[in-house]
Design a protein around this ligand. Sequence first.
Ligand code: HEM
Length: 435
Amino acid sequence: MLKSSTPIRSGLPPGPKGSAVRGSIREFGTTLLDFLRDTAREYGPLASFRVGPKRIFLASDPDLIEQVLVRDAKHYVKHFGEGAYWQRQRKLVQPVFMKARVRSYAPVMAELTETMLEAWNPGEHIDINFAFGDLTSRIALKTLFDLDDAGDRERFYETLKFAFDIMTARLSRLIKIPLWVPTPQNVRFNRARAELDQTIQGFIEAGRARGKIGDDLLSRLIFAEHEDGSRMTDRELRDEAMTLYLASHETTALTLTWTWVLLSQHPAVEKKLVAEWQHMLGGRTPTADDVTKLPYTANVIAESMRLYPPVYVIGREATKDLELGGYRVKRGYTVLMSQWVNHRDPAYFPDPDAFIPERWEDGLAKRLPKFAYYPFGGGQRICIGNAFALMEAAIILAAVGQRYRFTVDDGYEVTFKPQITLMPLGGIPATLQPR
Ligand code: HEM
């Protein structure tokens, strides 16, 4: 293990020579997962490479990751210039995700899952990823904006989906053409953003007009007060709402998607899981209380997020010259940390590519170094929706899994879309089998 007292060597950590991408993002994207794992394996706990003109470090030792995300966190940022703003906002948003509040969303999660199930028919052919993306998106809209009327929900859902699809595509590009350049992409993007701003502005005004806090997250944010008694501006509220929507629904959908794929490949695990549901729930959709009494379900979700972490890499930029693993991280360098790499490290997970939920029994999570397993990140910027996501995944899994199992089409092979989250390429075609 490399400690921060290590003397600083001159030069860079070892790593692949030349530029990793030769300017092509797509090329980098398609091979990113392999590239990260191979680089860590070949060059050790701290590797270095170039992406175009940018100098990147890859930290894959849990202790070095802890140094970046926890011990030296104040000297690293996610994006330059946002530090003070982020801190103020996080303070305000954090209470909205307190345990009791999060639990209050369980009935919405259950109800919308039931609605989806009512529309399904045995033998139907579906795309698992699409179906669960749709469901978690509806749950996000209801919990974020309290969109109740089915027609309203549908209308807003379509607008949001359109706009967010364009934005996600833009976000996943490393090189962005400035938005004022009227490329067809940018025109579409600006139009979508304006439409989205207007839609969310409508929610904000409706929330304010009600004059009191409603059940939705946005309404809690509208009335939340900073220490000096001030409230968020409309612009801040719109940004926060967008961040929450973007950060919440796709990641949770991916957790579910990959879990179903793994279950379809591991019938013995599925059998044990169904037995737990039958015993504890007897066909009922789980409540927030039930979720705490489903240990095997929790282990299956943990193991699924180990193998297919929805967020598979995170990055920080150094705000001043720092030491890491005996090397100099210069101001402006990026340090990457990859869940994909760490979660499959045989030093902590014997037989690392195998799906074995039982490995989480007997408190493995407590025995591991903090950053051997970190699907929700860690330190001051740890995922704010961690508890929300785990409860949502367990409720949906148990509600759906007691009624259906999925047979993934013969010949389906896991391949990934080059995006910021671990998306399957081309969806996951499957047939609904009644249980
Ligand atoms: C399984 C589902 C989820 C996974 C795997 C996940 C993962 C993560 C990770 C790894 C980070 C840290 C990124 C970094 O350090 O750069 C993060 C941040 C965040 N997540 Fe999640 N997330 C999930 C669900 C959610 C949900 C449901 C919400 C909201 C309801 C949410 C809201 C956020 C927000 C707001 C941040 C930024 C926090 C900050 O920077 O202070 N996430 N998430």
